[in-house]
Design a protein. Structure first.
Length: 455
């Protein structure tokens, strides 16, 4: 399993994502991508996936995996520049709000998110194993154990077909077996539905918070709380489709756990068998992967029975640990909601321009609490409440359960928002705004830590 590295190859993470993931969207049979790989002595991420999964969703998930942090970081920097220029009155703005940080942040986020070039060394089968030469392809397949052994982490691009694919389960089990007790934290599971959820969360954040900024600039003081509440309702309603998708994904993952506990090599699917062992490009006969995999299983695990026992006992546990409590990583949720930061920067800049230093400090604390705490907390609440209902065959009824959970969580969000308004009224009356903001931050932070604590 831990053989030499003479045949080891990798590609940079950005290479398969060029032209919006053309490599991933072209299917497993395309044979022109080997030139994207290069010799290496180690691999940072081993990508394992089913070719039945959506290439577009894989591309979006991988863009998030490798570009999201850079996009959020540079966007906050760009938004800060817009905020500073607003505070110095270099850029025009209204007396109550400005949109410059939101504009700067959105533009930078999109550009960096798409065009950032991550240099992480990764393994992708169709890029790192020669596909056009059958002899070299077989040599690469025979060396798969070496690739697994020399990979630091495994990135699982999961979709419902994953657990039925023999190659997929074999790769993941082999990785867990190769790294033994050191496997904790090395397996990263990313469901492909994140490719739809993350862009939607980002879009709803941009729309709802931009709307709040526009309404703030035209609203009278006595109508502002109503407008703020309206924007909260829009943001919550916009999150419902994502919650519905995450709920169904969670239920599919539970089904997959059951499949792993009953996994059988003989019942698992193989791509070569599904295409009749004929290369779809050349029409030539190709060897059966099942025979190769079963030979590797016997060599590494001792027998097929031992391999199946390993899958039943350990693989499901490793999968569950990587997914966490809500399926979506807290960090991804926070980064997708980074427009909240840009909006608060606009409000802070206007207050600094007017010399309202205390109000700017209060907004800074409340903005961080809402971005890192209140918003992730409300989404976690919706996911947890909707997850209490079993999936229904009737799609309308299934959607109704998600909607009901959204209404319930909106009531809780309303309580959080109402407590913030009461706190602001009390602290303004006693001239202790910053102290009240600190109490709000601590309370929301504690609740969020409880909600997202590890299992």
């Amino acid at each position: 399993l831990g053989g030499g590295v003479e045949h080891l190859r990798a590609t940079h993470a950005f290479a398969p994502l060029r032209r919006f993931g053309a490599v991933l969207r072209s299917g497993a049979e395309a044979s022109t991508d080997f030139g994207l790989s290069f010799p290496t002595d180690s691999i940072e991420h081993f990508w394992t996936h089913s070719w039945r999964g959506s290439g577009i969703c894989k591309t979006l998930v991988l863009l998030a995996q490798y570009n999201l942090v850079a996009a959020a970081s540079f966007s906050v920097l760009a938004a800060a520049i817009g905020g500073v220029l607003t505070a110095l009155d270099v850029l025009p703005h209204g007396p109550k709000s400005s949109l410059w940080s939101m504009v700067f942040g959105t533009a930078t986020f999109l550009v960096v998110g798409v065009f950032w070039r991550s240099k992480k060394r990764v393994f992708l089968d169709k890029v790192c194993i020669e596909q056009s030469d059958l002899e070299k392809k077989q040599q690469g397949v025979d060396s798969i154990g070496t690739y697994v052994y020399h990979s630091q982490k495994m990135l699982v691009l999961w979709d419902p077909s994953y657990s039925s694919r023999l190659w997929c389960i074999f790769e993941m089990a082999a990785f867990a077996w190769a790294h033994g007790e050191d496997v904790a934290g090395r397996i990263i599971v990313r469901p492909l539905v994140f490719g739809a959820v993350l862009p939607w969360l980002f879009l709803t954040a941009v729309v709802s918070w931009s709307l709040l900024e526009v309404l703030t600039s035209v609203a009278e003081a006595h109508t502002l709380p109503t407008f703020q509440r309206f924007c909260i309702i829009i943001a919550t309603a916009g999150s419902l489709p994502c919650v519905h998708i995450l709920r169904r994904c969670g239920q599919e993952l539970q089904t997959m756990m059951q499949h792993l506990s009953e996994f059988s090599v003989t019942r698992a699917d193989c791509h070569c068998c599904s295409i009749g062992h004929v290369d779809l490009e050349t029409g030539e006969k190709i060897p059966c992967d099942r025979a190769v995999i079963e030979a590797c299983i016997v060599a590494w695990f001792g027998s097929v029975k031992e391999f199946e026992a390993h899958v039943h006992k350990d693989l499901a546990c490793n999968f569950q640990q990587s997914l966490g409590r809500f399926g979506m990583p807290y960090a991804w949720l926070v980064l997708a909601k980074v427009p909240v930061v840009w909006a608060y920067m606009d409000f802070i800049a206007v207050n600094l321009s007017a010399g309202e230093w205390t109000a700017a400090g209060e907004l800074s604390l409340i903005g961080l609490a809402n971005w890192l705490g209140a918003i992730p907390l409300s989404i976690a609440l919706m996911v947890r409440m909707s997850g209490m209902f079993h999936r229904r065959e009737n799609r309308l009824l299934d959607a109704a359960f998600t909607f009901a959970s959204g209404i319930l969580s909106l009531l809780v969000t309303d309580l959080i928002w109402g407590s913030l308004q009461l706190m602001k009224a009390f602290t303004m009356a006693h001239d202790i705004q910053l102290a009240g903001a600190c109490v709000y931050c601590f309370t929301v932070g504690a609740l969020t830590c409880i909600a997202y604590r590890k299992c």
